[in-house]
Design a protein around this ligand. Structure first.
Ligand code: IMP
Length: 430
């Protein structure tokens, strides 16, 4: 069955966008299934670099149809702005090229205000959210008070529903957080204005994609964020509010399990994280600086959405094995191998030590990693520039040894390796 799912195995920012862009060359539909504009996908094609947040990164391939599933939360203003930015870059998104699930929930300005108020109130224990209203929008969904895209099709009812929604969130803003309420009239006018532009894009995505798959079309499900940010399986409570794992692809698009063929786990060759929360292999100082870059290049380790410097560290195989399990990964796609060039030694975390105890598998998932000391395996680094390498056999011996060791420790094959930010800077292992 021709559904392939791409997920991140770490804390997001693995570089999924670049592989989605590559794999999209062979598919008909590219579908986002979770999250919202908290995601940031950077794709470089020739001289152009695209930073997308909501529109699936696969739409840069001109033959694909982009899809936003019911599992996504949509900020209409952000979506319309992104469509405009793409148009300026020569990529014209019309309802023929982008379909939005009727059941996707809306992020409103009230959700943004609440995200900000909640983070401020958390103080030192803040999650470090992207402040895009993600948590509050999913909270509205789960508490069955959310606004859905389908509601935009009846403007009179929608206008009223938005006003009720804003008044309800205003209660929280003023009573719980002592911040200024929003004007329900203004918010509803703004959202109704967007509704007229969004309405032509709305469709039944489950029916559309199931029909396409049954008639032999290929669909690529594009995950945002990563396994360790999964609401159920991540480093709770320092997680996002959706399910970026493979199961989330099926729920978030309304597809049956039987369609799935490949489940591709995108893994950065080292580990990064933005926001708060545990990170056992985190590095500081010079080593961290080298992995992070200076921020001059779009691919340096600074958040695409927030610009925050990312925390960086060595690859953690305990967490990778965990991601393989919860996603049922069939293969790995490794990014940024080129960044490891020039290190004399490279380290892989193979287990943890807590007191006298050695741990290879997390007892209760990755939520509480405090006190876990990484056990490292040391491997030789390489000095050769790998950016122009396109074949496995042309990679330096030590680079191959690093990848083979990852395969050995994870029991999953590495099928794709990126050696630079450009579309063609990939080594494919067949
Ligand atoms: P939220 O999704 O904005 O609520 O943020 C919750 C946590 O997920 C924070 O630690 C964010 O930094 C992190 N996060 C959300 N989206 C992304 C992403 O696309 N890449 C990396 N981290 C993310």
């Amino acid at each position: 069955m021709p559904l392939d799912i791409v997920v991140g195995t770490q804390w997001g920012d693995e570089g999924k966008g670049r592989f989605v862009d590559l794999l999209a060359a062979q598919v008909d539909y590219v579908a986002r299934f979770n999250g919202g504009d908290n995601a940031g996908h950077t794709v470089s094609v020739g001289q152009q670099t695209f930073k997308l947040h909501l529109v699936p990164s696969g739409v840069i391939q001109p033959h694909t149809i982009g899809v936003i599933g019911n599992g996504v939360v949509v900020n209409p203003a952000v979506l319309l702005n992104e469509i405009e930015i793409l148009a300026d870059a020569g990529i014209h998104i019309s309802p023929k090229r982008l379909r939005l699930s009727h059941a996707a929930h809306i992020i409103s300005p009230a959700h943004l205000a609440l995200d900000q108020a909640q983070e401020t109130a958390r103080g030192k224990t803040k999650i470090g959210t992207t402040l895009r209203g993600i948590g509050p929008a999913y909270t509205s969904k789960v508490s069955r008070q959310g606004l859905r895209l389908v509601d935009m099709l009846d403007l009179d009812k929608f206008k009223h529903a938005v006003q009720v929604h804003v008044k309800e969130i205003n209660q929280q803003l003023t009573n719980l957080y002592q911040v200024e309420p929003l004007n329900p009239q203004i918010v509803s006018e703004e959202l109704c204005h967007h509704a007229s532009q969004i309405s032509p894009y709305i469709a039944d995505i489950s029916a559309l994609l199931s029909g396409a798959l049954l008639s032999g079309r290929r669909v690529l499900a594009e995950g945002a964020q990563g396994t360790l940010l999964d609401l159920d399986h991540g480093t709770y409570p320092f997680v996002t509010s959706s399910n970026p794992t493979a199961g989330g692809a099926l729920t978030g698009l309304g597809l049956g399990v039987g369609f799935t063929e490949r489940v591709i786990g995108v893994t950065k060759s080292f580990q990064t994280r933005v926001g708060s929360g545990p990170f056992p292999t985190e590095l500081e100082g010079n080593l961290a600086q080298r992995l992070r870059g200076t921020g001059e290049n779009p691919w340096d380790e600074f958040g695409t959405t927030t610009g925050r410097p990312r925390r960086v560290g060595w690859l953690d195989l305990v967490l990778l094995r965990y991601a393989i399990r919860v996603n049922g990964l069939t293969e790995l796609a490794l990014t940024k191998l080129d960044i490891l060039t020039g290190f004399d030694q490279i380290y892989i975390c193979t287990g943890y030590r807590i007191g006298e105890q050695l741990i290879n598998e997390l007892p209760y998932g990755p939520s509480d990693l405090s006190g876990f000391e990484p056990i490292y395996e040391e491997l030789s680094g390489w000095q050769e520039d790998v950016r122009s390498v396109r074949r496995w056999e042309d990679l330096p011996l030590s680079a191959r040894a690093y990848i083979l060791r990852i395969e050995e420790l994870s029991s999953v094959p590495v099928r794709l390796i990126s050696v630079g930010p450009e579309r063609e800077q990939v080594v494919e292992i067949t």
